[in-house]
Design a protein around this ligand. Structure first.
Ligand code: SF4
Length: 261
């Protein structure tokens, strides 16, 4: 008899933990605890979390905001165990929170740890929400039972320097798995986003289910407060996507407008 054993990992490398309002996507306006993981498998030109990238050394400590909304932090040494992380999250829960957002970086790089820890999050009464770049479908498959909501980014091949066919095939495999949960997709619109990229995104979604929402997010470059895509361009992209899909919305990053983390 073959015995299959799953790897376990009881600590994670994290960048920051805080409580805030979700500023993007279909859960916009919901209060969440955010856990930002270290490390990403991609290098997007518009990345707004450069501190999570592998060129940056693993932070010796994760910063934890306390109290919420203060922009004041205390350090907690990395790697952080499930017990310590659960205690930190629990510390925010005297106020109502809708869910726990696992963001990055690319959180699926720490999928083994998350499989171990997310049952504790559910035991705290929080739903789980994964923000991901949609390029690690096998990792998602293993983590799926522990997820309630998934936000999958579409990556423009030009912005990550990859072959378009490879990128969109991987996204399609990923989205098919994610469609077993509450999922929406997101495409960051930059001044260079091409019509062909929009069409490929619509193709991937409509191959699975045209009701899966697509959020068009005009890029807000790191350190800049206003989107740098023209209004006419935003309307053009919206109209194009609506020809193929049922649920398309334009939503910028609203947390930056409110100076929330
Ligand atoms: S996937 Fe996200 S974290 Fe990774 S490089 Fe792109 S924007 Fe940055």
């Amino acid at each position: 008899m073959t015995v299959v054993t799953m790897k376990t990992e009881k600590s994670a490398r994290l960048v920051e933990i805080f409580s805030s309002i979700q500023g993007e996507g279909m859960l916009i306006g919901k209060r969440q605890v955010f856990v930002r993981t270290y490390g990403c498998n991609l290098r997007c030109t518009y990345c707004d979390s450069p501190e999570t990238l592998k060129e940056t050394p693993i932070p010796s400590a994760c910063r934890v905001e306390d109290p919420p909304g203060s922009w004041q932090f205390h350090p907690v040494l990395n790697p952080i165990t499930t017990e310590v992380l659960t205690n930190i999250v629990q510390g925010y829960l005297s106020e109502y929170h809708h869910s726990l957002s696992i963001t990055g970086g690319e959180p699926l790089l720490q999928e083994v740890f998350l499989r171990e820890w997310l049952p504790e999050v559910h035991a705290l009464g929080l739903q789980t929400f994964l923000e991901t770049n949609g390029m690690l479908p096998d990792h998602l498959f293993r983590l799926l039972p522990h997820l309630d909501h998934i936000s999958m980014d579409f990556k423009a091949p030009g912005a990550i320097g990859r072959d378009p066919d490879e990128v969109f095939q991987t996204h399609q495999k990923f989205l098919r798995i994610a469609s077993n949960k509450q999922v929406y997709t997101k495409l960051v619109i930059t001044p260079t986003t091409s019509i062909r990229e929009i069409e490929s995104v619509c193709e991937v979604i409509s191959n699975i289910d045209i009701s899966i929402p697509l959020i068009l997010q005009p890029v807000t470059p790191y350190g800049v407060e206003l989107a740098s895509v023209s209004p006419s361009r935003i309307l053009e992209v919206y109209s194009l996507a609506c020809r193929r899909l049922k649920e398309v919305r334009v939503i910028p990053q609203t947390h930056k407008m409110m100076h929330l983390l």
